[in-house]
Design a protein around this ligand. Sequence first.
Ligand code: GAR
Length: 213
Amino acid sequence: MKKIAVLISGQGSNLGAIVRASVAQDWPGRVVAVVSNRADARGLQLAREHGIATAVLDHKAYADRAAFDAALAGTIDRFAPDLVVLAGFMRILTPGFVARYEGRMLNVHPSLLPAFSGLHTHRRAIEEGCKVHGATVHFVSAELDHGPIVAQAVVPVLAGDDEAALAARVLAAEHVLYPRAVRWFLEGALQLKDGRVTHRGHEPQGWLAEPAA
Ligand code: GAR
């Protein structure tokens, strides 16, 4: 059974989607640890309810980014994960940390990368008059929000959408997208070559998200 460590900073709804899918679909892997930089992250409670080990490392307690990332790596490595999953982990990572988990660390970002890396993606998509928006799962590389793309889900931007409405639509799409991408990784279905990711079984890696029921 492969081991997944999930890093969170907030509510952990993607964490919940991954944990539920791993059990319901009987994946060849399970979430064995949830690590947060915030003690009040709601996702920690979700992890405890599922009997998953948790750890909190407050980034403010460390002198600089490098010291925090070194402690974070030490915590993660105690669980010897095959895959590190960033699920709403709102920290910029040092190149050394990224290199340590190269090819085995995924992130979900709430935009169709390479559009709208960084923050406030939904507001920016509305301001630009985009007609579609979405979410991306990618391998983490040293450049923020720029790693090789594993999968993308597209949602419409509807007239009258505000930031909250669009964010909710994207998040619902993430809850399908991210578990699927993680399962592919665990199954060994992903091939990373020349900065591009393909699915060995030719499953579609991009799709229009189903509207929420
Ligand atoms: C998600 O929308 C995720 O894409 C975003 O944070 C949210 C976390 O939600 N991540 C980023 O913005 C990373 N740059 P969750 O805690 O409910 O999973």
